[in-house]
Ligand binder design. Structure first.
Ligand code: ZN
Length: 185
């Protein structure tokens, strides 16, 4: 039987093992060794270190995987956010907010109320001065404005609500992935 001479990687003691052996136990320190055969040279690795290395690699792979999952989640959310955008009065896109919805609705409704009061006064004075009856419809535009303001406020409020929920879902999913990434093993 061919025997090869090695040194223990743990304590440095000389070691004679069968040439075909893949594992050995050091007679001095009793370290469990893996025998690595590269070309004509042999070396030993302590098996516990090997196990640690394997565990470290598995952990690294898990980290890479979850950080790429986070990146994917982020980019998907970037796309999804666009679908929540509403067009503002100057034509620019923005994310809906509940306060914005209420403030916008109140603004339009106040304008409508103001219009109604003014137009009622003007058409009243007009009809006393003999203006055609058709002018009586002017106050109605104000009422339409109020109705439109209320309608828009509800619409944008509900879109803001949908967006907030989606945002919460995204954030909690992201936190979960980040926790998985930093979990010690
Ligand atoms: Zn040893």
């Amino acid at each position: 039987m061919k025997v090869i001479s090695l040194n223990c990687n743990h304590c440095g003691a000389p070691l004679d093992v069968p040439a075909k052996a893949r594992f050995a136990t050091c007679g001095f320190c009793e370290a469990k060794l893996a025998i690595e055969h590269v070309g004509n040279s042999y070396s030993t690795t302590v098996l516990d270190e090997l196990k640690e290395t394997t565990a470290q690699i598995a952990k690294d792979v898990a980290e890479i995987k979850s950080s790429s999952e986070i990146k994917e989640l982020d980019s998907r959310w970037q796309q999804e956010r666009l679908s929540h955008m509403v067009t503002g009065k100057h034509g620019h896109q923005s994310l809906p907010t509940k306060t914005g919805a209420v403030a916008g609705g109140v603004m339009v409704a106040v304008f409508g109320l103001f219009w109604t009061i003014m137009a009622t006064g003007i058409s009243g004075a007009g009809s006393r001065m003999g203006a055609p009856g058709v002018f009586r419809i002017f106050p109605l535009f104000g009422v339409l404005f109020i109705a439109f303001g209320v309608f828009m406020a509800f619409r944008i409020y509900s879109r803001a609500d949908t967006y907030e929920r989606a945002n919460q879902q995204y954030l909690s999913k992201r936190r979960q992935l980040a926790r998985e990434q930093s979990r010690p093993d």
